[in-house]
Write a protein that binds this ligand. Structure first.
Ligand code: FES
Ligand SMILES: [Fe+2]
Length: 346
């Protein structure tokens, strides 16, 4: 018998959460625009060094501000020279004093490890996630891995709660039961212990180097960000994934692999990072082969999919981000129902 699951239309097309814009060095010389989350966005750095993300379409005739330039603290459109402040307000429009109404959406930003992140809403509902009790400055990060999936974004992130597929898809046997809880109103976490029983070259190498057991913690923040740690016998692996929905049927996943700074020096840090990135790449490439073309059918989920169904249910209560709605609709409160935040041990 199938178990009821939320209809796909109830999932946010673009959740109000944190997303990766790109490398901060890309907009060192001027504004850079990108198609992200169903809209055109522009990033620029003001003369005082503040990173800014705005809607890229000029309020006048829609020219792309990525073709413009930065003047002091403002970005100027190349077409008729209207200028915008970091908060999106139009500060000057030559020969059009009545254009004071013009305003673009502006997004909260954070720059970390040389990458720019933005929150897809008028204000950040939670800080840019990182590893629990860890200082970003104590870590180094590798160049992001980027994967494309022809499936809805929430199925990619639903993987963290798809307990069954670790055995069948990844050669990992579950030891004990997963522990699922909500450590924060906008976070849902799954912690589980796995035994590596895979027979790929990478699996065998991993077993001989780090043992066969790993305690994994995966915390999904706001729907879009997943903070993952894996505790092996003698080391911890760290990565954070940022989903990038293209539309309701396609998405990218950006994967940032981290390593703690060591005492030996930068060269050794980079060697460790390179190795971790290689392992992550082989694991994730397998994952994305399996994900190709999967579909969300509410009538096909079964009792053993329960942790994933609960995750989908949780998603339906998350606030929507731009372009769907800047503020939550009355029936979509920012505070989540308590029942969805209680600890659940299946
Ligand atoms: S289109 Fe930007 S100023 Fe006219
Ligand atoms: Fe997976």
């Amino acid at each position: 018998m199938s178990i009821p699951a939320p209809a796909p239309e109830l999932m946010p097309a673009y959740p109000a959460s944190w997303f990766l814009f790109g490398l901060a060095s890309e907009f060192r010389r001027g504004p850079v625009s990108r198609d992200l989350l169903g809209q055109r966005l522009v990033a620029f750095r003001t003369a005082s060094g503040k990173p800014v993300v705005l809607d890229a379409r000029c309020a006048h005739l829609g020219a792309d501000l990525g073709e413009g330039c930065v003047i002091g603290e403002e970005v100027q459109c190349a077409f008729h020279n209207w200028r915008y402040k970091p908060d999106g307000r139009c500060s000057s429009a030559p020969n059009a004093p009545e254009a004071a109404w013009a305003r673009l959406r502006s997004y909260p930003t954070v720059e970390r490890h040389g990458y720019l992140f933005f929150f897809n809403g008028p204000e950040a509902l939670f800080p840019l996630p990182f590893f629990e009790d860890a200082e970003p400055g104590a870590y180094v990060v590798a160049r992001p891995l980027r994967f494309y999936a022809a499936c809805p974004w929430y199925l990619v992130n639903g993987n963290s709660f798809d307990v069954q597929h670790f055995r069948s898809g990844h050669g990992r046997e579950l030891i004990g039961e997963p522990v699922i809880d909500c450590p924060h109103p906008f976070a849902r976490r799954n912690r589980l212990t796995l035994r590596n029983v895979g027979d790929s070259v990478a699996d065998r190498l991993l077993r001989s180097l780090l043992g066969d057991r790993v305690c994994v913690s995966m915390t999904n923040w706001g729907g879009s960000v997943v903070v993952v740690t894996g505790d092996f016998r003698s080391t911890r692996s760290n990565l954070i994934t940022f989903i990038e929905p293209i539309d309701r049927e396609r998405c990218f996943l950006n994967v940032l692999v981290y390593a703690q700074r060591g005492r030996i020096g930068r060269l050794f840090d980079h060697l460790r990072l390179w190795l971790r990135r290689r392992f992550t790449n082989s694991f994730m490439a397998e994952e994305f082969q399996m994900l190709a073309g999967i579909r969300y059918h509410t009538g096909c989920l079964v009792e053993s999919d329960r942790p994933m169904i609960d995750y989908f249910q949780w998603l339906t209560h998350l606030p929507r981000g731009a372009p769907a709605a800047a503020a939550p609709a009355a029936d979509r409160p920012y505070s989540l129902p308590l029942s969805l935040c209680e600890e659940r041990v299946p």
